[in-house]
Design a protein around this ligand. Structure first.
Ligand code: NAP
Length: 299
């Protein structure tokens, strides 16, 4: 298929590479020039990339970025035509998604929201999970592209339901991770090291994919961004806005937002969201490390 891929950040670059690998004809665009994907043509504007494309796929930072890419000067809108599908794999506001879809449809094109879960490693391995909102027939046409970049797609309903589901997924990830991080810091202060506690967690009902994925990064103190803290903070803000619109009170989410606000103030925003543990460590005056490292430091 002829695909325009817009946004070559951590996720987009790997996703576009996998489309090329699967044999699709790909044109790429990124706001800041200089990023390229081997085997793809580089366009200088979203409108140029989208010209003659069957599918326009976006993966940019946030709601404003999607709006700018679609409807800004030299945006996708100028190249929209009947039969084209616009797909958004960024995580953005469900309400804005519904508005963008309406404006895209005026031009005879269709719109699908397909935010992802699976992080940088999933994007690189082509094992993302797409959380999808859109017309069933349109979503069906995208199957070969989901297969090129991911291991599964789950349709949540009509347009914007993919974004809604993604926000409630990230709300859980942030809270599960926070519980894990608080447990590790308290355990450390009570004299139990992380390497002793984690195996217990993993054989009990407390185990989770989040713990399994993040534990090795904490133990090796590797907070390089797989999913940057600033993006998780953005998703918590989006979840909070959606909750306010729906008239739902979520006190845990309010606390999570405070934690992320303080983490940003600590200068952690460009690290992985796993770095929120360092805020707890600072307050506790302790650092969670493997026992061997702790011993080495003592001796
Ligand atoms: P990233 O590395 O920060 O990349 C963001 C991309 O958006 C860059 O290409 C950036 O262009 C572009 N951008 C920012 N503002 C823009 C604007 N106003 N107009 C046009 N383009 C703009 O982010 P990422 O990790 O790839 O994440 C992309 C999206 O996927 C986000 O919505 C994120 O929440 C979601 N997501 C990420 C992960 C993850 O693990 N990283 C997992 C699931 C979902 P420049 O190069 O010019 O800055």
């Amino acid at each position: 298929m002829r695909i325009a891929f817009l946004g070559l950040g951590i996720m987009g670059h790997a996703m576009a590479r996998n489309l090329v690998k699967a044999g699709h004809e790909v044109k790429v665009w990124n706001r800041t020039p200089g990023k390229v994907v081997e085997g793809a043509v580089t366009a200088s504007t979203p409108a140029e990339a989208a010209q003659n494309a069957e599918v326009v796929w976006m993966c940019v930072a946030d709601t404003a970025a999607v709006e700018n890419t679609l409807f800004g000067s030299n945006g996708v809108e100028a190249s929209l035509r009947t039969g084209m599908i616009v797909v958004d794999s960024s995580t953005i506001a469900p309400a804005a998604t519904a508005r963008f879809a309406e404006r895209v449809r005026v031009h005879g094109a269709d719109y699908v929201d397909a935010p992802v879960t699976g992080s940088k490693t999933g994007a690189e391995a082509g094992s993302l999970i797409f959380i999808v909102g859109g017309e069933e027939a349109t979503v069906d046409r995208l199957k070969p592209l989901f297969a090129a970049m991911g291991k599964k797609f789950c349709r949540m309903g009509s347009v914007s339901k993919g974004q809604a589901a993604k926000l409630v997924m990230n709300l859980q990830i942030a809270m599960i991770y926070e519980g894990f991080a608080e447990a590790l810091v308290l355990a450390n202060k009570l004299g139990i090291d992380a390497e002793t506690l984690i195996p217990l967690i993993m054989i009990s009902m407390v185990r989770s994919g989040v713990v399994e994925y993040k534990a090795p990064f904490i133990l090796s103190r590797d907070f390089s961004p797989n999913f940057p803290l600033r993006l998780m903070y953005k998703d918590l803000q989006l979840a909070s806005e959606a909750a306010a619109e729906a008239g739902v009170k979520l006190p845990g989410l309010d606390t999570m937002q405070e934690i992320y606000e303080m983490s940003v103030a600590e200068g952690l925003k460009d690290l992985d969201y796993a770095a929120t543990i360092s805020l707890l460590e600072k307050w506790a005056g302790a650092e969670v490390k493997p026992a061997a490292t702790a011993e080495t430091i003592k001796s």
